[in-house]
Design a protein around this ligand. Structure first.
Ligand code: BGC
Length: 768
């Protein structure tokens, strides 16, 4: 085999690998042998400069740039073997051209790897990840990644900077939009589903992408919800709540990991050897490569870790393999080698991991494997992807309130549709839709007209600007105009909306954030609906017409007024290209909503951080009433506005009590817990049946509930189903202060229900 590989290389005058499918699951050491042989042979031919070149990831600009830096002279750097990969190059033709520079222009013809932020869909844009998570539908989440991979690979890409799995308990942080919310169990399921969806069974297939789990680690713990801020947490909290989703992605075989901007235990993640080597590789067995975040190596200078040479050496030694944009590796590693601050083995290790990734992707067999224009023509923005986008968006919306069955809307009615977001294309995609063309979005007004049909009258009025705060508008408009200010006076807009409402049977007000009011570098200290829209809502309320409030946002907002004064409240998030159709499907009842919140909605920002899996404290408040000297606030209840797991349907479900197969469980045994769920309303619908567990006595304080399982079931009206969960000792474990994953004998409570608060209870004991 060695001979064969070398012959092939010699004949081609470059590098060609035998065509082998690289299945990531269940691979053995012997399965890696041809790859190892190939990479070793190639590395023997490489100069030190060429090896360092592989560690360099550049962006020539053109996509959305998140740091201040863009790389100059990319073309000449590729030709001189100074580049391992590119991102921010969009389109099959451009990617092919760039690959040709490496193949025809560089000495060893090593193919480039092409990455991109394929976050929620590619050119066909799906709902933001936080919304997708609210479907609690893991097969669907997997499918969303699969569809995105099909489209992105047809357009030249082979590497996605996704899934983002940062657990977040602070809705001030704008990047909560990109993750799955606050829960480690749900977040782990979603992380694994996305990795499976992107990577499929064979990474070298031309329709699978290498995934990149990010941001490793703890980025969601940023203090005060301020982006890029410091993170400081106990090891126990880290292991119990924040690390599991990254681990789940590793276990699912993710090919790459992106280090985060923040520090972990006082050392920035990109230079943190404990994190990138001891934990990631030694404890978790990760075999792929680690890429930095955008200039995060250089940013260690500002963190106070030394100059560019020092931080680059720190990163490489720590186990970081590829330097995104900053060029610190490219410009300083040789000097550090000369000064014996690094060894050639440090360079070789990183270089090998990157070449292995390229091998697994099949790039050595065919560098143009992902560059087939006929596939691009067929797959990119194809109708089946639009259909999937519509379905994903329907399933991601969460019905928070529905007094007197205000929803679904009745066909034949006259509906006043109000709000700047209701007739808008530029805000439908949400944050991190770098390849999505906002102009291809279906505005809500259009969707309402189409789905409402000819007998239904839709009247539209803008009513208010998204915000009248020019500073907020300016800060939200960095990627183009998302907040436009109507030249008319605010009062004139409101009067027009009120007059429109006066002619209607029901008002649907679409309010919330502009798409770039959440996402990266989009933290907010005030998470209410901007005042301009609130004033509009108050005026609409005074008309006395039934008021449906639809909220678009990339984070949980504080909505106490809206919850109290609306007749129906629907959290629509940012739904992607098909927002208008999908929202109309839900509002008119073509789709019966089934989403459930995966992040707690606070009453006000002062309750933040707020999450369901909190600890009890020594002074829990016994009831919802204020009680002096218990853990509470003087001015707001402890309870959130909407709990984790909450979400209504147009039908209703009832739960029987829990039937256990026994009251005791031995460490090697299991307990079955069954509830009967009945659809007691007059429509077919889906319910997410949630299982939580509480450890009542333990050596480390435990949360009042931990999600341990869930099932999404479909029930026809009148139908009932038994749902059975099997609980084993694995579900009872926690991380103790010695960082052991243990279960302690004793009493447990088990909860099954429709949300984290609305549950049935049962007790059992784990025996010794
Ligand atoms: C973000 C990453 C992203 C990268 C490349 C960074 O600013 O934090 O999530 O993948 O840019 O676009």
């Amino acid at each position: 085999m060695i001979k064969q590989v070398l012959v092939a290389m010699a004949l081609a005058g470059g590098v060609t690998a035998p065509a082998v499918g690289y299945a990531q699951a269940g691979k053995t050491a012997s399965a890696d042998a041809p790859m190892n042989t190939f990479v070793s042979a190639l590395m023997k031919k490489m100069t030190l400069e060429e090896k360092i070149g592989q560690l360099n990831l550049l962006t020539p600009g053109g996509g959305i740039l998140t740091g201040a830096v863009v790389n100059p002279d990319v073309e000449s750097k590729i030709k001189s073997g100074n580049v391992g990969g590119l991102f921010g190059v969009i389109g099959v033709d451009k990617i092919r051209q760039a690959q040709e520079l490496a193949i025809n222009g560089s000495r060893l013809k090593i193919p480039l790897i092409f990455g991109s932020d394929v976050i929620h869909g590619y050119k066909t844009t799906f709902p933001i990840p936080l919304a997708l998570a609210c479907s609690w539908d893991m097969p669907m989440i997997e499918r969303s990644a699969r569809v995105a991979a099909t489209e992105a690979t047809a357009d030249g890409l082979c590497w996605a900077f996704s899934p983002m799995v940062d657990i977040a308990r602070d809705p001030r942080w704008g990047r909560v939009a990109e993750g799955s919310g606050e829960d480690p169990y749900l977040g782990s399921q979603a992380a694994a589903a996305m990795v499976r969806g992107y990577q499929g069974k064979d990474l070298s297939a031309d329709n699978t992408l290498m995934a990149c789990v990010k941001h490793f680690a703890l980025y969601g713990g940023a203090e005060g919800g301020r982006d890029y801020n410091s993170v400081d947490m106990s090891m126990q909290k880290m292991y119990e709540f924040y690390l599991p989703p990254y681990k789940a992605a590793i276990d699912a075989g993710v090919g790459s990991v992106m280090s985060s901007f923040n520090d972990v235990n006082g050392v920035p993640a990109s230079g943190n050897r404990w994190l990138l080597t001891d934990l990631l590789r030694r404890q978790w067995g990760f075999k792929g490569f680690v890429v930095s975040d955008y200039t995060s190596v250089n940013e260690m200078i500002a963190h106070g870790m030394g100059d560019l040479q020092a931080v680059s050496a720190l990163a490489l030694k720590a186990g970081l393999d590829m330097d995104m944009v900053g060029e610190g590796f490219l410009t300083t590693i040789k000097k550090s080698l000369a000064e014996k601050k690094l060894t050639v083995a440090d360079v070789d290790r990183a270089c090998r991991r990157i070449l292995e990734a390229k091998y697994k992707l099949g790039l050595f067999t065919d560098p143009y494997r992902y560059c087939k224009p006929e596939r691009a023509a067929k797959e990119v923005l194809s109708p089946d992807k639009r259909a999937a986008a519509r379905e994903f968006a329907q399933r991601s919306m969460v019905l928070l309130k529905n007094r007197n069955n205000t929803l679904p809307l009745k066909r034949g009615a006259t509906i006043a549709l109000v709000g700047a977001l209701a007739n808008n294309r530029s805000n439908m995609l949400g944050t991190w839709a770098v390849s999505g063309d906002a102009q291809l979005s279906i505005p809500i007004l259009d969707g309402m007209k189409t789905v409402g049909g000819t007998g239904t009258t839709i009247l539209y009025a803008r009513g208010a600007n998204i915000t009248d705060d020019t500073l907020l508008a300016r800060n939200a408009n960095v990627f183009g105009e998302k907040v436009d200010i109507d030249p008319r006076a605010p009062q004139a807009l409101i009067e027009e909306a009120v007059a429109t409402a006066g002619r209607a049977d029901v008002v649907v007000a679409v309010v919330g954030e502009a798409s770039e009011m959440s996402g990266e570098a989009a933290s907010r200290s005030d998470i209410t609906i901007p005042q301009s829209q609130r004033t509009l809502l108050e005026a609409l309320k005074r008309t006395g017409k039934p008021l449906v409030i639809v909220v678009m946002s990339g984070r949980p907002l504080a909505l106490p007024w809206e919850a109290e004064h609306s007749d129906a409240l629907l959290q629509a998030w940012f739904g992607g290209h098909e927002t208008g159709n999908a929202l109309a499907d839900v509002l008119f009842g073509n789709y019966n909503p089934s989403g459930k919140l995966t992040m707690t909605f606070p009453r006000n920002v002062g309750q933040v951080p707020i999450y369901y899996n909190m600890k009890n404290t020594g002074r829990p408040q016994p009831t919802t009433e204020f009680r002096k000297f218990t853990s509470n606030y003087l001015d707001v209840p402890n309870e959130p506005l909407f709990v984790f797991g909450h979400g209504l349907s147009y039908t209703s479900f009832s739960y029987s009590g829990i039937r256990l197969t026994g009251k005791t469980m031995s460490p090697g045994g299991t307990i079955g817990a069954t509830v009967t769920v009945a659809n007691t309303g007059d429509r077919d619908g889906e319910e997410v049946v949630q299982l939580y567990i509480r450890d009542l006595v333990s050596s480390v304080t435990q949360p009042v509930k931990k999600l341990k399982d869930f099932r999404k079931i479909y029930l026809k009206k009148g139908e009932r189903k038994d749902v059975t969960f099997e609980i084993s000792v694995e579900d009872l474990r926690f991380w103790n202060n010695d960082l052991k994953w243990i279960a302690e004998p004793g009493d447990f409570k088990l909860f099954i229900g429709t949300s984290s608060a609305n549950v049935q209870e049962a007790d059992f004991t784990l025996t010794k």
